[in-house]
Design a protein around this ligand. Structure first.
Ligand code: AMP
Ligand code: MN
Ligand code: MN
Ligand code: MN
Length: 284
């Protein structure tokens, strides 16, 4: 295939913290000219069969996907899996385990928010949750916007939901090694999501990329809705340096919140191997 394919390989539905159904996302991706699409809900494969069927009905190519939450040297890192078998038992079990603990974490977040005068945030966030096993910070952010505490979700994260803020609760997710193994054993490719978001030191980033490769990881997101244009260039170089294939995805969550529309990002920079070139046999 080609660099010029309009591939959007990262987005979220109501099965995790997006606001659209898999069917509505498929229609929206198709309407924006996406040729190859993947739904990558956080820690969950529950939307895959619906997304695949919707893509098929529209004549749009599809890769099964997931975005796994990982804890790496005390930071949360996201690993995208593309081309995975959505019925693989080891992957399903690993994701179930990774999702576990989200409810307790959410209650602790709510207690933290109560201490600064924001009452009943757990119940409030629950109203926005599509999948009870997947209550996330995004749902709290939506509740705090709805109740007028903040104007937009970005502001909620900045003031309440990030490290050191009242609603932040440190959490231990899957290990890097397990997440990559689950993906690879499910016939997928593991990809480091939005690397610029982690604010690692050069040494930490070196450790992440080196260990990721050693565990069998093969790709990195270069063009993503979470990167600015300068970061496309930086991570295109990183992809070449580590011999990783490059991915492209909007990380679209909601028409009201996402700055990047499905299928509208720039194409991958040159001299990179697109991840879809290595996933040809996994495309539905
Ligand atoms: P969680 O898995 O519960 O920690 O929630 C993580 C999710 O919060 C991410 O996948 C994003 O959708 C969202 N998120 C993280 N940081 C921000 C931010 N600064 N602004 C808006 N949304 C964010
Ligand atoms: Mn999210
Ligand atoms: Mn992410
Ligand atoms: Mn994402």
């Amino acid at each position: 295939m080609t660099h010029l394919l309009n591939a959007d390989l990262h987005c979220h539905s109501v099965i995790s913290d997006g606001t659209l159904t898999p069917e509505a996302l498929a229609a929206r991706a198709h309407a924006h000219g996406v040729d190859l699409w993947a739904l990558t809900d956080h820690d969950e494969l529950g939307g895959q069969h619906r997304a695949m069927a919707a893509a098929k009905a529209l004549g749009m190519r599809y890769l099964c996907g997931v975005e796994i939450s990982v804890t790496f040297i005390d930071h949360t890192v996201h690993i995208v899996g593309l081309g995975v078998d959505p019925d693989n038992a080891e992957l399903l079990q690993g994701l179930r385990q990774t999702r576990g603990g989200r409810s307790e974490r959410a209650m602790e977040m709510s207690n933290g928010l109560a201490k600064v005068g924001i009452k009943n945030a757990y119940e409030g966030a629950l109203k926005f949750v599509g999948n009870p096993e997947l209550i996330s910070r995004t749902h709290f952010a939506r509740f705090l916007v709805e109740s007028g505490v903040c104007k937009e979700t970005n502001e909620v994260f900045r003031k309440y939901l990030t490290e050191g803020k009242p609603g932040f609760v440190p959490h231990r997710w899957a290990s890097l090694k397990d997440a990559v193994r689950w993906i690879v054993n499910a016939q997928g490719m593991a990809i480091i999501a939005h690397p610029a978001r982690y604010k690692f030191t050069p040494n930490e980033e070196f450790a992440l990329f080196t260990e990721f490769k050693a565990h069998g990881g093969q790709g990195v997101e270069v063009v993503t809705g979470s990167h600015c244009a300068a970061e496309y260039v930086v991570y295109a170089d990183t992809a070449r340096e580590y011999g990783l294939a490059a991915s492209r995805g909007s990380d679209f969550h909601s028409p009201d919140e996402s700055h990047t529309e499905l299928g509208t990002l720039p194409m991958l920079p040159g001299k990179l191997t697109p991840v879809w070139d290595l996933l040809a046999t996994r495309i539905q």
